[in-house]
Design a protein around this ligand. Structure first.
Ligand SMILES: [Zn+2]
Length: 460
């Protein structure tokens, strides 16, 4: 199973026959399949050139590529729809754009990079003197080879982005400017993948799909979420439900929340995920409440990941956690990333290419997500049915169940669980107190349950 590559996974995702299904405890191993990081990078490379924005065909093309791996339910919300305090904007599409010099040469050419055009630029056809044109040009002087990413979603305008080196080469004179775009009533598009478990409580993972031609922000999150969703389809006996939303930043989560406000109580935990494929360690930005089960599950998975990590308290800026943690919702929703977007120079520039992404870091993120799932699935409270004095393990066949003499560590796991399964402490509490791996404690709890020494408490 662990040597499956994505190519065989792709076929097998659709094959849900009994012998192909796995237990949730096997998910982290399943997600460690050799080459899976490289396959995620290939998905990123396929998605990379698409001219995405908060609406338009770029989002639809992106969803189509994701649908090669998981079936999405698509939503098309008409422009003008009121969503919370916002309104779904007009839909933006673009076919071509350029600036030509007096010799008829394209000195700025959308066909070479979609980052050359400011997102949501209105249609333009005209001739401008360099001095007039300069008011619509954007560069990064401190990184003169990079093209910046700019947009003007809610203020009708137009512009071009270019490398500062190329900007400096522009000669005085007249330029022909064409932006063959449309900004019209249409739709805001988003995709959703829902996997029903035995309860309606759900883990919600949100990734944004609106950044054109950049990889770490946002495609790394898209790739990891897609693969996690695909791997989860193979897990049998899922307790929780899982929802993945592929949405444009800000207006997408606002739209989603507006349409799902009545059901947000089912969200047991969630996080947005982006900037997850660079060489940095992990960062967990806590939920607004800070100590919810998802915070604790992620921290437990991080402790056990063997990777470096940082914890950040919630702040009301960043990614879609701003919306999910707005005070009217205050959901248990955090954000998972490696290097924060504002902390690496390549962010929001043409330098955020596939070269910035390390396949092993994508793979590490996928396994971390699988461990978070495992912890949420396995967490619960139990009751020691023989709480007065230590129960005699030998006479209950525990030594046989574990296969001979119990290694000291396993014995200690059993003692921790027996002692703290008093109806007050959950398995996650015990993992936090004992510092033993959650997975080992969960296995030990399984052994104790078989002997009747441990019973699960209702509703946990
Ligand atoms: Zn961004």
């Amino acid at each position: 199973m662990t040597t499956d590559s994505l190519s065989s996974l792709k076929e097998s995702f659709q094959d849900l026959s009994e012998e192909r299904l796995i237990e949730v405890a096997e998910l982290p191993t399943f997600c460690s399949a050799e080459g899976i990081g490289r396959e995620m990078l290939d998905l990123i490379a396929d998605l990379y050139p698409i001219c995405r924005s908060i609406t338009g065909n770029g989002v639809r093309q992106t969803l189509s590529l994701i649908e090669r791996l998981i079936p999405l339910q698509r939503h098309e919300i008409p422009s003008g729809t009121a969503v919370l305090d916002w309104t779904v904007p007009k839909e933006w599409n673009i076919r071509d754009a350029y600036v030509k010099n007096a010799r008829g040469e394209r000195v700025i050419d959308f066909q070479k990079s979609c980052l050359h055009v400011v997102g949501y630029s209105i249609p333009v056809r005209g001739r401008f003197q360099l001095s007039e044109l300069k008011e619509h040009l954007f560069t990064i002087p401190e990184h003169p080879d990079w093209i910046p990413f700019r947009y003007s979603y809610y203020d009708e305008n137009w512009g071009f982005c270019l490398a500062h080196h190329d900007f400096e080469k522009l000669e005085d004179g007249e330029y022909e400017v064409v932006i063959d775009s449309s900004l019209e009533n249409g739709h805001l598009t988003y995709g959703e993948y829902y996997l029903r478990g035995s309860v309606e409580d759900e883990l919600l993972i949100s990734v944004h799909v609106d950044h054109p031609a950049m990889c770490n922000d946002n495609l790394s999150g898209v790739a990891v979420a897609t693969l996690l969703a695909a791997c989860l389809t193979r897990v049998k006996n899922r307790h929780l439900s899982y929802r993945f939303v592929f949405i444009p930043t800000t207006i997408g989560s606002i739209t989603w929340l507006s349409r799902n406000a009545a059901n947000v109580g089912k969200i047991k935990g969630g996080f947005s995920m982006t900037c997850i494929g660079d060489s940095g360690g992990f960062t967990w930005k806590e939920t607004r409440r800070g100590d919810t089960e998802i915070d604790r599950a992620v921290k437990c998975a991080l402790r056990e990941s063997g990777e470096e990590y940082k914890l950040w308290e919630f702040t009301p800026f960043g990614f879609d956690e701003r919306q999910f943690c707005s005070p009217g919702f205050n959901l248990p929703f955090g954000c998972l990333f490696r290097t924060y977007s504002h902390h690496y120079a390549e962010n929001h520039t043409s330098a955020d290419t596939p070269d910035l992404i390390r396949p092993e870091k994508l793979a590490g993120a996928l396994v971390l997500c699988a461990k978070i799932v495992l912890i949420l699935e396995g967490n619960g409270k139990y009751l020691n049915t023989n709480p007065k004095g230590e129960p005699q393990l030998g006479k209950r066949g525990i030594y046989r169940k574990i296969g001979g003499p119990i290694p000291q560590a396993h014995l200690i796991h059993l003692f921790w669980i027996l002692n703290y399964s008093d109806g007050e402490h959950s398995l996650l509490d015990i993992a936090e107190k004992s510092k033993f791996p959650f997975e080992e404690l969960w296995k030990a709890a399984g052994v104790l349950r078989e002997t009747g020494l441990l019973i699960p408490l209702e509703g946990t």
